[in-house]
Design a binder for this molecule. Structure first.
Ligand SMILES: Cc1ncc(COP(=O)(O)O)c(C=O)c1O
Length: 391
């Protein structure tokens, strides 16, 4: 999260274009109280640099020997090979992908912004799911696209089906955006639905973007693999921050079969970040080598936290309701008998020092907040939360 900066609305500037903070960041920045912890964090438990180094046989050797020059523009070869291996383990695409199918970015957000910039022009149609990670919608709106939204509802536990997509798709659809496990509902796209969506995208010759930032948080061993990367017009995005919990390593990537798209993305990156940090690339390589240990540990904690929160909901049946996620780090929690989730969330922040993000910030009306299940301070925060609920 960025430190506090002045609200752009309070600046009397001559800037040509007014950029706006994403809704969830704006809400957090608007709180002028001290926050002890967040119940809405979208990342798994982080490691210290020392803990990450200790996973590696060479310990800190790689760090000592790291040359602090510019990193490769496209991302280091060894790193990109490990990224391919990571996706091949999670998915079952038949294409033999290699490092040339990968481009690194400074986080998933830079990858997503570059993809939108390369693909979308005014009046293009795009299909997205709502509620959502806000920039997936706002970046398309800013580009003058027609945004068609699939609305998830609590009645069917936020789940998607193929009709949601087939009802909206037309021959003008340029891009379908998927995010599974989904921020903020925890909904998943299983392998069968993924195949159906892929066929639909192919039939309409449109691009398919899979924002897979928490795909590896699959603690119930569900069938979440897909074969999107067999399709020339598919792009998969992932990152160090979510399932790995390593948001301090600002490293994300895009994977695609399309050489043309990758070269366009490279051109965009070369006038934004130019290249990623050499330190981040090296640390990401270590994390990918040890991805099983890091992710298994994180997934065990998420499972424990789901049980913990289920017990918490059971002990507050008149106040809270939720559908536990089957995968991923996030879920929505309904707060009963309150007037406004935003007023309630501010009250919680000011009185108990706990941050929760109302689901209105992600495009969902009703009294829901986003719950993050990745962190090891959940038990502690729930004792404070419980005291607030009783007050
Ligand atoms: C669904 C989704 N995609 C992409 C991102 C961006 O990830 P990063 O901030 O690590 O670049 C986020 C971050 O919250 C997210 O939730």
């Amino acid at each position: 999260m960025p430190d506090k900066i002045m609200d752009s609305n309070s600046l009397n500037s001559n800037l040509v274009q007014q950029a706006e903070l994403p809704t969830h960041i704006k809400f957090t920045q608007s709180l002028s109280c001290s926050i002890e912890g967040s119940l809405s964090d979208s990342t798994a438990q982080s490691l210290t640099l020392g803990q990450l180094l200790n996973l590696s046989d060479e310990k800190s050797e790689w760090l000592n020997n790291l040359e602090l020059s510019y990193a490769s523009l496209i991302g280091g070869v060894k790193l990109r090979k490990k990224i391919v291996k990571f996706h091949q383990k999670l998915n079952h695409h038949q294409s033999s992908l290699n490092e040339n199918n990968v481009l690194t970015f400074c986080g998933a957000q830079e990858a997503l912004a570059s993809i939108y910039q390369c693909l979308l022009v005014p009046d293009d149609e795009i299909i997205v799911v709502t509620p959502n990670y806000p920039s997936l919608v706002t970046m398309a709106e800013k580009r003058g696209c027609i945004v068609k939204k699939i609305e998830l509802t609590t009645h069917n536990k936020w789940q998607l089906n193929i009709e949601d997509f087939s009802n909206l798709i037309t021959d003008k659809t340029k891009l379908i955006v998927l995010n599974s496990p989904h921020n903020p509902t925890g909904a998943i796209i299983n392998s069968d639905l993924a195949d159906q969506i892929l066929s639909l995208a192919k039939a309409h010759d449109c691009y398919l973007l899979a924002d897979d930032v928490s795909q590896a948080s699959n603690y119930n061993n569900l069938s979440l693999s897909h074969r999107f990367l067999d399709y020339d017009k598919a792009i998969v995005v992932s990152v160090m921050s979510k399932s790995f919990g390593l948001a301090g390593i600002r490293l994300g990537w895009a994977v695609s079969k399309s050489e043309e798209l990758l070269s366009q993305l490279l051109a965009v990156k070369s006038v934004s970040s130019i290249c990623c940090s050499a330190i981040d690339e090296a640390a990401a390589e270590v994390a990918l080598i040890h991805c099983n240990r890091i992710i298994n540990k994180n997934n065990q904690l998420i499972k424990t936290n789901i049980e913990l929160f289920q017990a918490f909901v059971d002990s507050h049946p008149d106040l809270l309701h939720w559908h536990p996620p089957e995968a991923g780090i996030l879920a929505l929690v309904e707060v009963k008998n309150i007037e406004s989730i935003e007023v309630w969330a501010k009250d919680l922040a000011y009185k108990a020092g706990i941050l929760v993000l109302p689901a209105t910030l992600f495009g969902l009306s009703g009294n829901y907040f986003r719950l993050g299940l990745g962190k090891n301070n959940l038990k502690y925060l729930l004792t404070k939360f419980s005291a607030f609920l009783k007050s």
